[in-house]
Write a protein that binds this ligand. Structure first.
Ligand code: FDA
Length: 584
């Protein structure tokens, strides 16, 4: 057919979800075209907190070093301040993103990577560059218009925005990574729960070197409680570091029930001066825009051959820093499944597990992020500033310094309110604790069991090997190199992990790989093997006998496990693989 371009997968959107999907599919050798509306990637900093799971994904794809080279490092992101202005009084601080020593232990034990800060303007080009180097055909200034799908594929009409030329792309699958105003989600009629535009917010970006005010308490986030800060927005006023310590972004709310504010340079300068507490500051204002806070998620993420990922299916405020992270992780879940079905070693039903596994994550993160934004009200109540403005508000905040019973009561209330913010800033369970239940998991009826005193599933992550859980982290290796458990199970294949007395699983893996045409390899961990349990940590984490086996999917989730070595390990493994791949 003249004028029709063909590919296996067409991705619409070059944000974190789209550019990550392109990278993963190209890594797996799938022919992929990515189109995006604008001439380049994100033009404002947007998402920035990059959590351990995303860093693990980048490690898996061999781009961790590139991300770290552009990121503000872990040790500089976590001394989060609550204040009346950056140059004003401090109400308190909280160690965030796992930087408090006791929580840092949890974070270090759970992953080979730590949370860092990389603005979207830096991350997207890394993802897209690596995708393109590995084979993605990337088309800028190209707009998705509409599509139709049939039993064999999807026909998409696109417009080249430079020439105005419209043409068609025929793909086996279409991925809508087209953001919070997704046309594709709308075109396939995905069902949504929740609401858009529940609060008004504005972003102001500017340059000003304020190192003397911040570099003794280095953080990404400085939260400002000042007159007007409890109207709209994401809980309270926010001054966010973009690059230390001379590039910044302010998030400030407005009342969405009224007319939108007419934001201009003067207004932006005034807000910057107020939140920084430096009345004569001459910032270089680089941009501003209004945006709406959303609380909305899709309950089904796909229709036939069309899938939506990222903000297209979960729309929420930046609280907890989950937007870009969840978007990357959606694509990490989806890409290997599409590759497996295209290759023919999985049946199309494997693709149904995408919604089963990721829709609950979408609901969880949208709910958590919005709750975190609302929980700033605890801080306003503790300070006794609800409904107050101007001088009255300042006086109420000052009362926390009084050597009186009222002052003491306020201090006690503050302590409690500050603790609540751990649900936004140290929510390790939300960040890492994604437990899948779907046709691509052979459940054995078990689930993560928290330790006593650490039952809160939002705050604490539980490592376990129950099918559906993420592969636990431990350092292993030999006398020449240290490896993370995840390094044993690269994205390009399935991995069966066993111990010395489970050696027979290695033959089983070879047999099943041949029988089903699946990229599958066994790794035996033990003294004298290629991989040794150096710290004896893996033995304590694996929850199965040394002769048992743990089947790890390309995305590091555990598909199946066997507690010991059965009489016929090949039959057991083959049956599990057939089930998860939709081959029976
Ligand atoms: P994303 O929105 O990034 O990308 C959508 C892509 O689709 C773009 O490349 C766009 O050009 C393309 N596209 C759309 N329609 C198209 C069409 N018809 N044809 C072709 N291409 C099309 N998050 C956070 O955690 N902290 C923060 O501070 C912020 N701040 C922030 C500010 C602003 C202004 C925005 C818009 C968003 C944020 N976010 C944020 C949210 C964060 O940016 C968001 O979660 C991720 O970018 C989501 O990534 P996606 O790839 O899903 O969509």
């Amino acid at each position: 057919d003249h004028g029709v371009v063909e590919t296996d997968v067409l991705i619409v959107g070059s944000g974190p979800s789209g550019s990550a999907a392109a990278l993963f599919l190209s890594e797996l050798g799938v022919s992929t075209i990515l189109i995006t509306k604008y001439r380049w990637t994100a033009n404002t900093p947007r998402a920035h907190i990059t959590n351990q799971r995303s860093m693990e994904v980048f490690r898996d794809l061999g781009i961790e070093e590139q991300v770290l080279a552009e990121a503000t490092p872990h040790e500089m992101i976590g001394d989060t301040v609550f204040c009346t202005a950056i140059a004003g009084e401090e109400i308190g601080r909280i160690r965030t993103w796992g930087t408090r020593p006791d929580r840092e232990a949890d974070y270090q034990l759970a992953s080979p990577c730590l949370t860092v800060d990389i603005p979207q303007t830096y991350l997207e080009p890394i993802l897209l560059r690596n995708a393109t180097i590995r084979g993605t055909q990337t088309r800028f200034s190209t707009e998705y218009l509409r599509h139709t799908q049939d039993d064999d594929g999807v026909t998409v009409e696109v417009r080249d925005r430079l020439t105005g030329l419209e043409y068609r792309i025929r793909a086996r699958y279409l991925i809508g990574a087209d953001g919070a105003r997704s046309r594709i989600a709308e075109d396939i009629g995905l069902p949504f729960t929740g609401q858009m535009d529940i609060a008004g917010s504005m972003n102001i970006t500017f340059r000003a070197d304020i190192a003397p005010l911040v570099d003794h308490r280095p953080s990404v986030l400085y939260w400002v409680i000042a007159p007007g800060s409890n109207v709209g927005g994401i809980g309270t006023g926010l001054v966010r570091m973009v690059r230390p310590w001379d590039e910044w972004l302010i998030v400030w709310g407005y009342d969405i029930s009224g007319p939108p504010p007419e934001l201009d340079d003067d207004m932006a300068r005034g807000i910057i001066r107020d939140l920084l507490g430096v009345p004569d500051l001459e910032p270089e204002i680089t941009g501003y825009s209004l945006w709406g806070v959303n609380e909305m998620y899709a309950t089904d993420l796909q229709r036939g051959r069309v899938f939506c990922v990222g903000d297209a299916v979960h729309r929420h405020p930046p609280s907890n820093g989950l937007g870009s992270n969840t978007s990357v992780q959606d694509s990490y879940n989806l890409a290997w499944k599409i590759a497996a079905v295209l290759d023919g070693h999985a049946g199309p039903s494997l693709l149904d597990s995408y919604t089963a596994e990721r829709a609950p994550v979408a609901e969880r993160i949208v709910t958590r992020a919005n709750r975190s934004a609302r929980e700033f009200s605890d801080l306003f109540e503790a300070l006794g500033v609800v409904g107050l403005e101007g001088e009255e508000m300042a006086a109420a905040i000052a009362e926390r310094k009084d050597p009186t019973p009222e002052g003491a009561a306020k201090r006690a209330a503050l302590l409690k309110a500050m603790d609540t913010k751990n649900y936004e800033f140290n929510a390790h369970g939300v960040e890492l604790g994604q437990f899948y239940s779907s046709g691509a998991i052979v459940s054995d009826g078990t689930a993560p069991v928290p330790q006593s005193g650490r039952e809160d599933a939002d705050l604490f992550h539980v490592m376990c090997t129950s099918p559906g859980a993420h592969l636990p982290h431990a350092w292993v290796g030999d006398n020449t190199r240290r490896m993370a458990m995840m390094d044993l199970a690269p994205y390009s294949r399935w991995t069966l992990i066993t111990g010395l007395t489970g050696g027979a699983w290695a033959d089983a893996a070879t047999a099943v790989a041949g029988e089903l045409g699946v990229p599958l390899e066994a790794v035996v961990i033990g003294p004298g093997c290629a991989v040794t349990d150096l710290y004896y940590d893996w033995a304590k984490l694996r929850e199965v006998d040394e002769s048992g086996a743990i089947l790890v999917r390309p995305d590091k989730h555990i598909a199946w496990r066997s507690h010991d070595l059965p009489d016929d390990p090949t039959a057991a493994l083959s049956s599990a693989m057939r089930t998860v791949l939709g081959r029976d």
